[in-house]
Ligand binder design. Sequence first.
Ligand code: ZN
Ligand code: ZN
Length: 93
Amino acid sequence: MYVCPFCNREFDTLMYLKKHFKRHNISFCPYCKKYYKKPLEHYAKKGTRDERHLILYYLSTNLYKNHKPNSKLFKKASDITKELVLKDEEDRN
Ligand SMILES: [Zn+2]
Ligand SMILES: [Zn+2]
């Protein structure tokens, strides 16, 4: 299961989560509980030390076709998202 970092809804695939993620206002960081004018920069900056922000960076980057992601960071973000967003089934028992 893939869990949305904004609302904790669960999805069977990462693709569904990405589609769903578009409905959220990404200028609001759910971890810092603040609005950012440049959320991608915020997520990228925090993401170097905080994996949760890196997940947001990964999911948000998909929403901006014009945004050229830092490819090294984006690769890391993509790997971490696949690992961490995938919720362990056993956790729920
Ligand atoms: Zn959501
Ligand atoms: Zn934040």
